[in-house]
Design a protein around this ligand. Sequence first.
Ligand code: TXA
Ligand code: MG
Length: 329
Amino acid sequence: MMPTGKLILDNSLDSLKACAKLLQQNELVAVPTETVYGLAANALSEKAARKIFSVKGRPLIDPLITHFKDADAAFSHVHTNTDAEVLASAFWPGPLTLVMEKQPIIPDLITAGLSSAAIRVPRQAIMLALLQEIDFPLAAPSANPFGYVSPTRARHVAQTLGQKIAAILDGGPCQHGIESTILDLREPKTPKILRPGPISVDQIESILGRKIYSAQNSAPKEQAQVSPGQLRKHYSPHTKIKIVAHGQLEFALKTGEAIVANQKPSVAGKNHVYWLSEDGALETIAKNFFDLIQKLDRMHYSRMLIEAAPEKDIGIAINDRLRRAAASY
Ligand code: TXA
Ligand code: MG
């Protein structure tokens, strides 16, 4: 455990060194990324990685993403190909995860026995500095109990997993607030989106110069479970969620309900009315989404009525998370 007894470590060189040491000792450290906070362990140590599954309550059949300091380090752990290299130079460091055939050096525990691994180079500055400080990559799923809402602030991690981990490196609020886009590159002819995220299908298609396969516009129940961890119910608060179509919110509140609009509404100031952005900017909605849901979840409403985002750009990823958060089974 932390030698200082302090759980949340500030964004400083001393904290970075302390976290590097804990990771070298096979401890778990929650780390900031530009998407969400991750629960990190040495990806090359089965012993360390096993702790991730037990602390999260995550089934061993759900594989982890491995984070590297740069593209060279990442590609030396998988069987690489031209598409991957082109995408890496366009989007790394950044919120794109690539699924590729792995090399034996990545333990089977990390990939849940699959022959493929999910890899990415994150962009958050202190996370990158940490990866440069240590001489191994970091396995890191989102730092939330399995099935619960993802953390986008250090305090979210402290509130849910604080008792069970060695330290939380505080990098401030996550820039995107939604997990990385996952792209399956195992079949070179047919790259597939497994999870929509901050990097859009259009952006990937324009770099590759061709169409890619994406199941993202179909509702999760119709969607085949393409990524092992992409369960229909996921990211769920304890409070029930009802989704309201974009632009269709009515501010007639029933007792016990909270209303969440995309944009500051004309009735702002009315009790139990909340909004995800002042002006409807999708980037801001994404950034505040998991934070506001967690705040409201702690206020014990009987139900949250949440307005869907427009189905474009990162709005596609927001709506994916919203549908899963609202799924009742
Ligand atoms: O933005 C992110 O991706 C964050 C930060 C911490 O990097 N991480 C994250 O990890 O969202 P997690 O574990 O919550 O979600 C990882 C997803 C899971 O749905 C898992 O099934 C999928 O990645 N995945 C991992 N390895 C895979 C593989 N070999 N094939 C297909 N899907 C894989
Ligand atoms: Mg997760």
